[in-house]
Design a protein around this ligand. Sequence first.
Ligand SMILES: Cc1cc2nc3c(=O)[nH]c(=O)nc-3n(C[C@H](O)[C@H](O)[C@H](O)COP(=O)(O)O)c2cc1C
Length: 275
Amino acid sequence: MSFIGGGLEMSDVAIKIKSLGAYYSQTAAAFHRVSGFGRFPEPEPPYTFPEVQTDDASGALSQSLDSIVSDVGGASVVSPLLLEVIDARLSERSFGSIALPEAYIGSLLWAAYGKRTKGGEVCNRVVPSAGATYPLSVYLLALFVEGVSCGFHRYQPDSNSLVFLPQIIIPSRVNDWFRTTHIDYTKAAAIVFIVGNWQGICPKYGARGYRYLLLEAGHMAQNVCLLATALGVSHVPVGGFVDDAVNTAFDLDTEKEGTVYSVVLGQLSQQRAQK
Ligand SMILES: Cc1cc2nc3c(=O)[nH]c(=O)nc-3n(C[C@H](O)[C@H](O)[C@H](O)COP(=O)(O)O)c2cc1C
């Protein structure tokens, strides 16, 4: 029997740590439930959004991409393309009922949570993860994707592939899954749902694990938004979905996991494309 002081045995400590992990996981579940309530302001009709300011002459920090690149020592140090993509990212809420190529979806999901190969070895994911715990999973609702069955799929990072989930019924009105009503879901091509598993991270980081899980979801969504921008795919990250509707459809055990974020994707509407 090994004692570690204060009359505590190693086995007592292990039980305590285990039950603390369960406690923190339950706390995260409770917080997640509570944070699902609250006032949810919608913009007033006709749902116009402020014009995007592209030419801010007064901002002391505004610089051309060329000057940013030369400031840090030239194009070999910072890819101008990456800077251009960051500069061009913009949320779009109307889409063109046009299918997305399968290869685009493959790349977008890889950018979300794919694995990288270094020197022939498969290593970490493309996003950072606190303690490399990777508590997220990715579901895809394919609506108009060439070569991908219409319906729900689960992304498999190991093989960069999709598993079709025919048991999940597509809602007759996709809008019913969202609290944000000013997005044209009917013409979207695909929706990425990010599901967090707090049981996969809270035993390690306590209640703080829930924060880390959300932060990781942000890294993931940003990768999707930036790659979508580079591919010319319209997109908007959406936190305003109906938790119960989505979690129930995915058959999630909400004591352990829940949907935390989504990204709606589609081709540019004709109107926007002509601008
Ligand atoms: C965490 C988060 C949640 C968001 N949820 C919604 C949403 O529910 N509905 C929506 O239309 N946009 C949503 N957005 C997009 C923001 O409205 C958008 O990023 C913001 O208006 C700035 O515009 P921009 O993305 O074009 O720069 C969300 C963005 C973030 C970061």
